[in-house]
Design a protein around this ligand. Structure first.
Ligand SMILES: [Fe+2]
Length: 232
């Protein structure tokens, strides 16, 4: 390629957003850190339990017409992508968490704090082609030994299953005292820490309202790269 042609080509590439091909690793898919794995913990939902048979995206109530759970309502929105940022449509995204008092809906939870009969302690979404998900829930309560968190499990075709946890930036002090959180390096902590900000409710029934919302981009490793997603 002659020098003038090469200059024109580079200008065209820059204006079309292709400059990353020459200057970064974006185009080769190595720029995104895989979301780190975190322990599943002992309270993974048991669907056979009567109270756990509701598991849609809205954890704040079991049915559209049932009472709302206690606690600060939030939403968590995000996408499931490969480390080259390819949307992984058809991914199963599950969440489970403690209610406002810090209690799980699980027989192994010996915490004597009251359960919230209106809270739907877990949810499951299968993403569309855009690989996006959004859960509506409440801020998880704190329980002994842990900073507040939401458990996630993601199953995507041709990728290793990921089990992880999502934390909240506003709990910085509690997060720093949490051994499971602190077992991650700084970059990994950033990847699993969300900042809540006011956002449109975006749920049909409450159009016009706002909700505190956090983002969580979930980056799955490849099957050949499972070392990077092993529990710390
Ligand atoms: Fe937990």
């Amino acid at each position: 390629m002659k020098k003038a042609q090469r200059r024109l080509f580079l200008q065209a590439a820059a204006s079309s957003g292709l400059s990353g091909l020459f200057g970064s690793r974006v185009a080769f898919g190595h720029d995104r850190l895989n979301t780190p794995s975190q322990t599943k913990g002992p309270f993974y939902p048991i669907p056979e339990i009567e109270k756990q048979q509701h598991f849609d995206f809205d954890l704040t109530r079991k049915n559209d017409d049932s009472p709302v759970a206690v606690g600060e309502m939030i939403s968590i929105a995000g996408r499931v992508v490969s480390h080259s940022e390819r949307p992984l449509g058809g991914s199963i995204v599950e969440v489970w968490q403690a209610c406002e008092t810090g209690r799980y809906n699980h027989p192994q939870d010996k915490n004597d704090r009251p359960m919230d009969v209106n809270f739907q302690y877990w949810g499951r979404i299968v993403t569309g082609e855009d690989a996006k998900f959004r859960f509506k829930t409440i801020l998880p309560g704190k329980y002994p030994g842990r900073t507040p968190h939401i458990h996630f499990r993601i199953v995507a075709k041709d990728h290793p299953e990921l089990v992880t946890q999502l934390y909240f930036a506003h709990n910085e002090e509690l997060n720093r005292k949490d051994n499971i959180y602190m077992s991650l390096n700084i970059g990994q902590r950033d990847a699993v820490t969300t900042t809540l900000e006011k956002a449109p409710m975006d749920l049909k029934k409450n159009a016009g309202d706002t909700i505190l919302s956090g983002n969580f981009t979930i980056v799955l490793g490849s099957l050949a790269d499972t070392k990077s997603t092993r529990p710390m």
